[in-house]
Design a protein around this ligand. Structure first.
Ligand SMILES: NC(=O)c1ccc[n+]([C@@H]2O[C@H](COP(=O)([O-])OP(=O)(O)OC[C@H]3O[C@@H](n4cnc5c(N)ncnc54)[C@H](OP(=O)(O)O)[C@@H]3O)[C@@H](O)[C@H]2O)c1
Length: 251
């Protein structure tokens, strides 16, 4: 039987129109939370996630917004508050990635990845803090096992995820007095739309990752989602500032 650890809670999940974020949104809803499914451009994907949640008796709305833009973030949380009236959980999942050798790194690509993966987390957390109540809240950031693997050609992406780990530890200290916990999940390779779009499926990189994974396969969004629900719930009430590797032993 599915546990119902999040009844009465409200969660914002960024980048939840597909992939890991969609898996987390569905899990939080299955455990009783009302969920705000954020997306950048995939309106249809976000709508499908909302419909799936509703079909299982859960509550969700889709809200467009680029996490790297202050006005979008303000609108996202205002909308969440208007519809659901409180906030308990923020999952900073929205992220972009592309691997390239050093000589092909461009300023534009650096800013694209840092804007979403780093600035986006800071802006969303800053706004969420305004809405968490007296009982505090839980922020779950999505990092990556690239920070421990440090594979060649990941210089920009790995740098963004190194920043995610650092932000997690700093904000756990800064927000602890407000009863706000901040933790990260570092997934290993996870088979998602983004993973396929960027051509990782079937690549040598994928084969290498699986070979280095003690549990011997790629991850799926369903491998990550229950851990996000645990970190969002009071079951992890004494855990903050931690980076949890959810990677089948990779890293
Ligand atoms: N897949 C992996 O192997 C893996 C491993 C470790 C960590 N991660 C991390 O896990 C997270 C999700 O990855 P994924 O593989 O599930 O990615 P994905 O399939 O490409 O999905 C990315 C999601 O993020 C959203 N998004 C992108 N930029 C955004 C922005 N500026 N504002 C709001 N939403 C935005 C996308 O929305 P639209 O569709 O509307 O653009 C989409 O919902 C990322 O942080 C990634 O770095 C992934």
């Amino acid at each position: 039987m599915e546990s119902k650890r999040l009844v009465g809670k409200v969660a914002v999940v960024t980048g939840a129109s597909k992939g890991i974020g969609a898996g987390i949104a569905k899990q939080l809803a299955a455990e009783g939370a009302a969920v705000v499914v954020n997306y950048a451009s995939s309106k249809e994907g976000a709508g499908q996630v909302v419909n799936e949640i509703a079909a299982h008796g859960g509550k969700a709305i889709a809200v467009q917004g680029d996490v790297a833009k202050t006005e979008d973030i303000e609108r996202l949380f205002a909308e969440a508050n208007k519809v659901f009236g409180r906030l308990d959980i923020l999952v900073n999942n929205a992220g972009v990635y592309r691997f390239a050798p050093l000589e092909e790194v461009t300023e534009d690509e650096f800013h694209r990845q840092f804007n979403t993966n780093v600035l986006g987390i800071i802006l969303a957390t800053r706004e969420a803090v305004k809405y968490f109540g007296n009982d505090g809240g839980s922020v779950v950031n999505i990092g990556s096992s690239v920070t421990s693997l440090t594979p060649p050609t990941s210089v920009v992406y790995a740098a963004t995820k190194g920043a995610v780990s650092t932000i997690t530890r700093v904000l756990a200290k800064e927000l602890g007095p407000k009863k706000i916990r901040v933790n990260s999940i570092n997934p290993g390779g996870v088979e998602t739309e983004g993973f396929h779009t960027l051509g990782f499926a079937g690549s040598d990189f994928e084969k290498q990752m699986i070979a280095q994974t003690p549990l011997g396969r790629l991850g799926q969004p369903q491998d990550i989602a229950p851990v996000a629900a645990f970190l969002a719930s009071s079951d992890s009430g004494w855990i903050t500032g931690e980076i949890v590797h959810v990677a089948g032993g990779l890293g």
